[in-house]
Write a protein that binds this ligand. Structure first.
Ligand SMILES: Nc1ncnc2c1ncn2[C@@H]1O[C@H](COP(=O)(O)OP(=O)(O)OP(=O)(O)O)[C@@H](O)[C@H]1O
Ligand SMILES: [Mg+2]
Length: 303
């Protein structure tokens, strides 16, 4: 693992949480064409050298252009490099080859312009909901009144106004992930990176959160990269979807999909009835199934 520089965990945390420009509510301009240039992932490779002298080629020649405001979902079998790719875009890892350009400048480490939402457990347990969401604005010295406005607005958006003073451990898993989303948005990042953000939730809560993610995407105009193991979720939440393949980790197939746009104003169960949804799901499930079988060494040689 080759982290950028010698930043400690807390330095990184601070860099992630501290935003550059105070914002109250959403930066609705962020996703509009012309105000940002988007994210370019240019020929990224990542090789992990192992203590036994071996190595893992986690990513090889991954290239991707994301327009500002695009919502990309990423699928692929376990170990195909999804988290590695996200960590590189977040700036937690330096790639062994390639570069990334965000809004015209090269990514060289963590920065508040890129916010991360993890699967679970990334909240400050000892702080209230309000303090968690207000942490980034506090760190960048936002005036108290502005911070309160920002926090209140975000708590309204994620539906947690009544839980403002609760401790994080008093909340359900779904509520905690809503806090995590609000905390990320409080920094007003240009890009939101999500690694299995809904993976630990029960089916019903997950469905509600999927709708919330679509609503936040539309309202904020943020660029979002969302990793998931669920084919249905990737189809519902990705206006663009990439399927990655392992050994070495690479982009295998890309889709442009209508479902995220449809899901902004519709019940997601209705969206799943779209005539294209089922066939796409089957196609991608089979694709990933085949890859998993290959990894497990159970695929019969057709030759
Ligand atoms: N720090 C590391 N040192 C060595 N190998 C690593 C390291 N991090 C990841 N790898 C290897 O790189 C490959 C890609 O890992 P990664 O975590 O990105 O996969 P993933 O697609 O996110 O998998 P999952 O779906 O299980 O989360 C794997 O083979 C993994 O073992
Ligand atoms: Mg992963």
């Amino acid at each position: 693992m080759r982290p950028f520089g010698a930043a400690s965990y807390f330095t990184i945390l601070k860099q992630i949480e501290v935003g550059q420009t105070p914002s109250i509510g959403f930066n609705a301009e962020a996703g509009k064409p012309g105000t940002m240039t988007g994210l370019t992932i240019d020929n990224i490779s990542m090789r992990f050298d192992l203590p036994d002298g071996g190595h893992v080629q986690a990513l090889k020649n991954v290239s991707l252009d994301l327009k500002a405001g695009e919502l990309l979902s990423v699928l692929g079998p376990s170990g195909c490099g999804k988290t590695t790719l996200l960590n590189i875009v977040a700036g937690f890892l330096a790639p062994t080859d390639g570069k990334m350009i965000l809004n015209g400048h090269e990514i060289t480490g963590p920065d508040a312009e890129r916010g991360m939402v993890f699967q679970q457990g990334a909240l400050f347990e000892w702080m209230s909901v309000r303090e968690n969401v207000g942490f980034g604005p506090s760190m960048k010295g936002m005036p108290k009144a502005d911070k309160a406005k920002t926090v209140n607005h975000l708590l309204d958006v994620v539906g947690l106004q009544d839980f403002k003073e609760k401790a994080v451990y008093e909340l359900s898993g779904g509520m905690q992930q809503r806090v995590a989303l609000a905390r990320c948005l409080a920094n007003d990042p240009d890009v939101i990176l999500m690694d299995e953000p809904l993976g630990a939730l029960d089916a019903l809560t997950r469905e509600k959160m999927q709708s919330l993610v679509l609503k936040l995407w539309k309202e904020t105009g943020k660029t979002i990269i969302l990793i998931t193991h669920s084919v249905e979720e990737a189809l519902l939440l990705g206006e663009r979807l990439i399927v990655m393949a392992p050994r070495p980790g690479r982009i295998h197939k890309e889709y442009r999909l209508p479902f995220a746009e449809l899901g902004v104003n519709a019940d997601l169960r209705e969206v799943k009835k779209h005539p294209e949804f089922g066939p796409r799901r089957e196609e991608i499930l089979n694709m990933i199934w085949d890859m998993e079988e290959e990894i497990m060494g159970t695929k019969e040689d057709a030759a």
